[in-house]
Design a protein around this ligand. Structure first.
Ligand SMILES: [Zn+2]
Length: 171
């Protein structure tokens, strides 16, 4: 892993099976938006490909720590034996924020696969004139260097951009 540079292309590692789970994340993100929340959704999958848990963003009530990746990390800490967590994958519509990257690493979960990167989302929000969030959009690798994080999934980027655009600008 030491040879992996900051701009190394990880896209080739996303498989057809990964895309199935990522599409579910996009659906959950759409559900969140339909429920008046921000469009983020995530799925926790076991080593054998079984979906263990899923969640969507739930910050609309005012608690901005209620990201799905954070919820799944805490769910894993409670329900998945420590020895099995490293073989689990977390799929998510948007790359983990620093809070969720830290939670993911602290509970010892494995690979992350995301549909859109934090850099992509940050670029869109700037383009749309959205005020900067209070937390820096550091990539997973800067917060949890031992975690393999792969993405974006080009097939899903436009759909996610449209969801975020609708969330920020309406329409
Ligand atoms: Zn987060």
């Amino acid at each position: 892993m030491s040879a992996r540079g900051p701009r190394c292309e990880r896209r080739a590692m996303i498989t057809r099976g990964d895309l199935v789970h990522l599409r579910r994340c996009v659906t959950l993100a759409g559900d969140a938006l339909a429920a008046g929340d921000e469009p983020f959704g995530s799925v926790l999958v076991s080593a054998t490909g079984v979906v263990l848990a899923e969640d969507r963003n739930r910050v609309a009530g005012g608690d901005h720590t209620r990201h799905p990746e954070f919820a799944l990390a805490r769910w894993a800490a409670e329900h998945v034996p420590a020895a099995e967590r490293g073989a689990c994958t977390v799929y998510t519509s948007g790359e983990h924020c620093p809070m969720c990257s830290a939670a993911h690493a602290w509970v010892g979960l494995g690979r992350i696969v995301y549909a859109v990167s934090s850099a992509q989302l940050t670029g869109w929000l700037r383009e749309w004139g959205v005020p900067e969030p209070p937390v820096a959009a550091l990539p997973v690798r800067d917060v949890a260097p031992g975690v393999v994080a792969e993405g974006p999934a080009d097939e899903l980027v436009e759909e996610m951009r449209a969801l975020h655009r609708r969330c920020q600008l309406g329409g």
